[in-house]
Design a protein around this ligand. Structure first.
Ligand code: FAD
Length: 629
């Protein structure tokens, strides 16, 4: 029998980013005992890297903003494939979640009259991103950690033990979810430092593990984004949706090679920075797609006036949704109008005084100076698309965040639906807060409703341990680093920003070969902090999730949001409401189309029919009052 540390909790939250921490707070406030597990250090999650801000229609910078406008923007950004109930809850609840953070101790930047300041971002009609300079995610995480510490102090006062009801397990990786029949019964993992195993016996697991970017070569994501939550959910019998939609952020660093892909916040453009090609032209005016015609400025003069007077001018096309801007940059580079290192130019230096740039964008100033020896107050930056975010994720019930498996909940980037085919910048931080809270509540309700707790079977534990130790049993002829590098190159080249059927078919063939190689990957050394072993285990997840992306992308024969097909360049209204559902099938995945619920009538009526007809089929909008009239 394998030696395993065994613990028992009401709820286990996997992931200590924004979604995970918000879920922890909610479940603990409901009086449950909660474990929060993260494979990195506590506090080092992607959320901490978020720069630009958190979208919430507080109406501080423009009183015309409200949840309906935010809802409309989110649906447009996602090209109307979003789960509309999630988009509705998100738009309605985001302002309260931001306010609530201030009650926990957050301090957002202020307007002159003392309200929370809000900045412009792509696809948002009004300045909407509550921010703390360009370090918003850090403030979110700092505040929620502080809230958790205060809850632990309450527990100490009551039980004499700080960890009586919330305990953090940092540098601890979960490799398997366990079930009792159809219900979740536990989570199995290992301590990264010692390599020892740990078992959480629990009826409820909240997955908040973030994204999948490490399957791509050029990415803004860091090492822990290996799609673990996506893969854990699949293996436990849950579904993934929207996996073909991967967001390539238009502005990553392109030079020097060692930092290629690191994010350049959209806040640069939100605050006045503009994109230029090698001829010095502001090319985005050439790339406003038909669906957004009339909504964006058509001259540089109007675009520049808009920063100061948004009510009487239209937005700059530099702030079109990310999918549009990324494709435009890709085209400019392809046409030979790119920058020396294969990107385009992003110019803030000529747009505002140096002092102002340093004040508003301190991290960007520091990042370029330190990493590329570029002073952004004097020279333009060179930028190009980078894999940034996955819209696809675990299929959940919008209100409770529960997956299709009993006892399994998901929130944040690892869940799917909310952002449709393309996420608007700033909508992730608000998503984490809104649905992190709902996942905590959903899990608490579920635990409270149980008459009998599920039990963990010893054979499941032994099996999870056997799978985890398998890389030590094999000859290290094939090492995990090579397989990982080949996977990243394959996804980058063949399932990247512009896709073709033949390339995706080759990618699937290659993924099959890599899967065979990963199955024989061997590692040397001991279980104590062994990065090769950790990667060997992560590879299994990355390969499964990459298969979902490639298979779904091959099936969707249209271009929409974060899925662009060279061979099917147009959006097709027949696909608008169709989700591609990925499910585990043997050791691979099956992909099946499924229709979503039609948009509720009162929400449908928030749009003009002339806009809806660009996306919807005629029968779908027949009930719109303008059609009926
Ligand atoms: P994360 O914050 O990534 O947390 C994931 C957690 O899961 C981590 O603690 C990790 O250790 C843990 N984990 C993963 N796998 C396991 C496992 N197997 N076992 C145990 N633990 C595990 N969005 C915005 O809205 N506004 C912005 O301004 C913005 N800027 C961004 C800037 C950058 C550079 C990046 C990369 C992203 C940015 N985003 C922004 C996106 C946003 O930050 C992320 O989508 C969001 O933070 C994801 O939060 P999360 O809680 O879902 O996951």
């Amino acid at each position: 029998m394998t030696e395993v540390e065994r613990l028992n909790y009401d709820v286990v939250v996997i992931g200590a980013g924004g979604a995970g921490l918000r879920a922890v707070i909610e479940a603990r406030e409901r009086g449950l005992s909660v474990a929060v597990v993260c494979k990195s250090l506590f506090g080092k999650a992607h959320t901490v890297m978020a720069e630009g801000g958190c979208a919430a229609s507080m109406g501080n910078a423009n009183a015309n903003d409200n949840w309906q406008v935010h809802f409309r923007d989110t649906m447009r950004g996602g090209k109307f494939l979003n789960n509309w109930r999630m988009a509705e809850l998100h738009a309605k609840e985001a302002p309260d979640r931001v306010w609530e953070l201030e009650t926990y101790g957050a301090l957002f930047d202020r307007t002159k009259d003392g309200r929370i300041s809000q900045r412009n971002f792509g696809g948002h009609t009004y300045p909407r991103l509550a921010h703390v300079g360009d370090r918003t995610g850090l403030e979110l995480i700092r505040t929620m950690q502080q809230k958790i510490v205060s809850l632990q102090q309450e527990d100490f006062a009551k039980y004499g033990d700080y960890e009586a009801r919330v305990k953090v397990f940092a540098e601890c990786t979960v490799t398997e979810l366990l079930k009792d029949g159809d219900r979740i019964s536990g989570a199995f993992g290992y301590w990264r430092e010692s390599g020892r195993f740990i078992l959480f016996e629990t009826p409820a697991v909240v997955l908040a593990t973030g994204g999948i970017g490490k399957s791509f070569k050029v990415t803004s994501n860091s090492w822990e984004y290996t799609g673990d939550g996506h893969a854990l959910a699949l293996r436990a019998g849950a579904n993934l949706i929207n996996m073909e939609f991967v967001q390539f952020h238009p502005t990553g660093m392109v030079w020097p090679p060692s930092v290629k892909g690191i994010l350049v916040t959209e806040g640069v453009r939100g605050d006045g920075g503009v994109l230029k090609n090698s001829d010095g032209n502001r090319f985005m005016f050439e790339y406003v797609p038909d669906v957004f015609k009339g909504q964006y400025a058509d001259s540089e003069e109007e675009a520049d006036r808009w920063y100061a007077d948004a009510d009487n001018n239209r937005r700059t096309p530099d702030l079109l949704p990310r999918d549009e801007v990324a494709r435009a940059i890709n085209s400019e580079v392809k046409e030979g109008r790119g920058s020396p290192h294969g990107g385009v130019f992003l110019d803030i230096a000529s747009r505002m005084p140096a002092e102002e740039i340093r004040r508003r964008l301190p991290s960007m100033h520091h990042q370029f100076k330190e990493l590329a020896d570029v002073d952004i107050t004097k020279e333009p930056m060179e930028v190009g698309p980078t894999c940034h975010y996955v819209m696809g994720g675990i299929e959940v019930d919008p209100d409770s965040a529960s997956s299709t498996v009993q006892g399994l909940f998901a929130a944040g980037e690892c869940s799917g639906g909310m952002h449709g085919s393309n996420r608007l910048g700033g909508n992730s931080l608000s998503d984490l807060l809104v649905f992190g809270r709902r996942a905590g509540l959903g899990a608490a309700d579920y635990v409270d409703s149980l008459e009998k707790r599920p039990e963990v079977s010893q054979s499941d534990v032994d099996n999870a341990a056997k799978v985890a130790l398998a890389p030590f049993e094999r000859d290290p002829v094939r090492n995990p680093y090579t397989v990982h590098a080949e996977l990243q190159q394959t996804m980058n080249d063949l399932v990247g920003i512009i896709r073709k059927a033949e390339e995706m078919s080759s990618a699937l063939e290659r993924l099959g070969e890599l899967k065979e190689q990963a199955a024989v990957v061997g590692v040397e050394g001991h279980r104590q902090f062994n990065p090769g072993w950790h990667l060997a285990l992560d590879l299994r997840n990355m390969l499964l999730v990459s298969e979902c992306v490639a298979k779904a992308a091959l099936q969707r024969t249209e271009s929409r949001g974060g899925h662009t097909r060279d061979d099917f360049p147009k959006m097709d209204s027949k696909w608008r409401n169709t989700l591609l559902v990925c499910a585990a099938d043997g050791d691979g995945v099956s992909v099946t189309p499924k229709e979503q619920l039609q948009l509720r009538q009162d929400l449908l009526e928030l749009f003009e029919v002339t806009e809806l007809e660009k996306y919807y089929t005629e029968p779908e909008i027949a009930t719109h009052p303008e059609r009926k009239a």
